[in-house]
Design a protein around this ligand. Structure first.
Ligand code: XMP
Length: 516
């Protein structure tokens, strides 16, 4: 792999993703990894990520300098560039000057790293210190108004560095910097693609599962759909998928799973119809956290009931169920400190909470993948676009999109409004502009309206379209007025009891994406 050394800021994941976009497999390691640990992973390239603003800050993260003697082509970025400069005998100065945001950089020397790029370019900076002198034997490749050494290289040592952030889209030729480093400087071919991943994972899954049986919980979401399809490709009918219909799904989602998903994969599916059970358990409850707890608990109950039956059947059969599929993604692994394969990995519950004490070994075929890679694999496996391209949808479903008590009637109303909003957003070609668009029913609010000749006293529907990279922060999406107008007209005309549609124009923070 190419190893991305994480200095603690949020840049490492983005770099790892961009490296994969360049067709090269990447993994993230913490900066505390020793040179020996890094060497053991047999890296074909190393990239040092950005980090805090100064190498002189107390407690600033460091790197085992032995890493620079491994003979592995290395690229330092921002903080990683400064760490590299310092370790190799250059100078890092704390001038008190800061460069932040869009900055003009000028190429001063031809190089492999910046080849094919214009002499003047727009780069994204975020640093306090600067490299005032490159290490001996290094060529200075670029400068900016404030930074005399904005990029350097030693072709003989295969060491490269840039002060700016090539991984962010605001750096005009950022991806070109990464690709030049990977393909031309380090000589790494672009041969990582979803086809290879599928073949490799199928082999691994077969080796792990053998002849035993395996179960999977399908939620209708992308991760569980793709992980289940991959395991099915590997072991066929040794797999049974369980789908709990808790009645909090959106319009058409159950049919999507039962018909389209099954038709495209051939997965053996058991649907548990638990709609009544969930409604009864939620009766009279308005508090969001209470709702979440109840939904999680009931989910476990229905899943366990299905699982008990299957386990008994499989035992009678002679091939017990020993494995459970989980749609854990690479960001979950990294965020739980598992970048080095550590043991303290949070178990990731894609669905709404699986029992903690399940006696199964986990099968996690997506553990090394990012979301966009998972979607591509889903497409390659022939899954319906409606599932593969699906927006994130919370495990508790529409249960946390009704502000107030959840009832069958209110669910019906919300489902209709949500279906209209989704259809119009898709028809306007906006699916890729928005990260997700919760549609929320303010069931405890009533307002006066006029429809036809009469006064109405109905409920408002909130549209919450957001743009985001990872749901940690978000901005409200500036949807075209004509699309908003169409959604509003249709919802107020077609959905009973709704006489008002309002738009949420709050970013996150301070607002969360969901209303509950
Ligand atoms: P918030 O509302 O916290 O949402 O800004 C961030 C992302 O998480 C989703 N979300 C949930 N997902 N169970 C889930 O599986 C939950 O209880 C839950 N609450 C929020 C939300 O849809 C958004 O993508």
């Amino acid at each position: 792999p190419v190893l991305v050394v994480d200095f603690g800021a949020q840049y490492a994941q983005l770099i790892a993703r961009r490296v994969r976009e360049a067709g090269v497999y990447s993994e993230i390691v913490p900066h505390t990894a020793t040179a020996a640990e890094i060497a053991a992973k047999e890296p074909v390239g190393i990239i040092l990520s950005g980090g805090p603003s100064s190498v002189y800050e107390p407690g600033a993260p460091t790197l085992d300098v032995g890493v620079f003697d491994l003979g592995v082509p290395t690229l330092g970025i921002c903080y990683g560039f400064q760490v590299m400069a310092q370790a190799l005998g250059g100078e890092v100065a704390n001038t008190g000057l800061r460069e932040y945001g869009a900055t003009d950089a000028t190429i001063v020397t031809d190089s492999v790293l910046l080849s094919g790029q214009p002499v003047e370019q727009n780069v994204w900076m975020s640093h306090g210190d600067l490299v005032s002198q490159a290490p001996a034997g290094f060529d200075v490749l670029a400068r900016t108004g404030a930074t005399p050494v904005a990029a350097f290289a030693s072709d003989s040592r295969k060491m490269y560095g840039v002060q700016w952030h090539p991984e962010v889209k605001h750096s005009d030729y950022g991806q070109s910097v990464l690709e030049n480093f990977l393909h031309d400087a380090a000589g790494i071919p672009a041969d990582w693609n979803s086809g290879n991943v599928i073949a490799e994972q199928v082999e691994r899954i077969r080796a792990q599962i053998g002849h035993a049986r395996v179960i999977s919980a399908l939620s209708g979401g992308v991760d569980s759909a793709v992980s289940t399809a991959l395991v099915h490709k590997a072991v066929g009918d040794q797999l049974t998928a369980i789908f709990v219909d808790h009645g909090l799904l959106r319009k058409g989602e159950r049919e999507q799973v039962e018909n389209d998903y099954v038709a495209s994969t051939g997965v053996r599916l058991i649907t548990i119809d638990a709609r009544e059970q969930f409604l009864n358990a939620l009766a009279g409850v308005s508090d969001p956290e209470q709702k979440r707890k109840i939904i999680g608990r009931e989910f476990i109950r229905s899943f366990e009931a299905a699982e008990r039956d299957l386990v008994a059947e499989a035992k009678a059969d002679g091939e017990p169920i020993r494995f459970l599929v989980q749609g854990t993604l690479y960001p979950d692994v990294v965020e739980s400190g598992g970048g080095t394969g550590a043991a303290n990995i949070k178990s990731h519950h894609n669905v709404g909470g699986l029992p903690e004490d399940l006696q199964f070994e986990l099968v996690e075929p997506l553990r090394t993948l990012f979301k966009d890679e998972v979607r591509q694999i889903g497409r390659d496996l022939g899954l319906p676009e409606a599932i593969v391209g699906r927006q994130p949808f919370p495990g508790p479903g529409l249960g946390i999109r009704i502000v107030g008590e959840v009832t069958a009637d209110r669910l019906e109303i919300l489902r209709d409004a949500d279906a209209i909003a989704r259809a119009e957003l898709s028809a306007a070609g906006l699916d890729n502009e928005i990260w997700q668009c919760p549609v929320v029913l303010l069931a405890d609010v009533r307002s006066v309206g006029v429809q036809g000749d009469g006064r109405t006293y109905g409920h408002p529907i909130v549209l919450r379209p957001v743009s985001s990279e990872d749901a940690m922060t978000a901005d409200w999406t500036r949807l075209p007025y004509d699309v908003l107008s169409k959604i509003s007209n249709r919802i107020t005309n077609e959905v009973r009891d709704i006489n008002r549609v309002v738009l949420d124009v709050t970013s996150k923070p301070p607002g969360t994406i969901e209303w509950e």
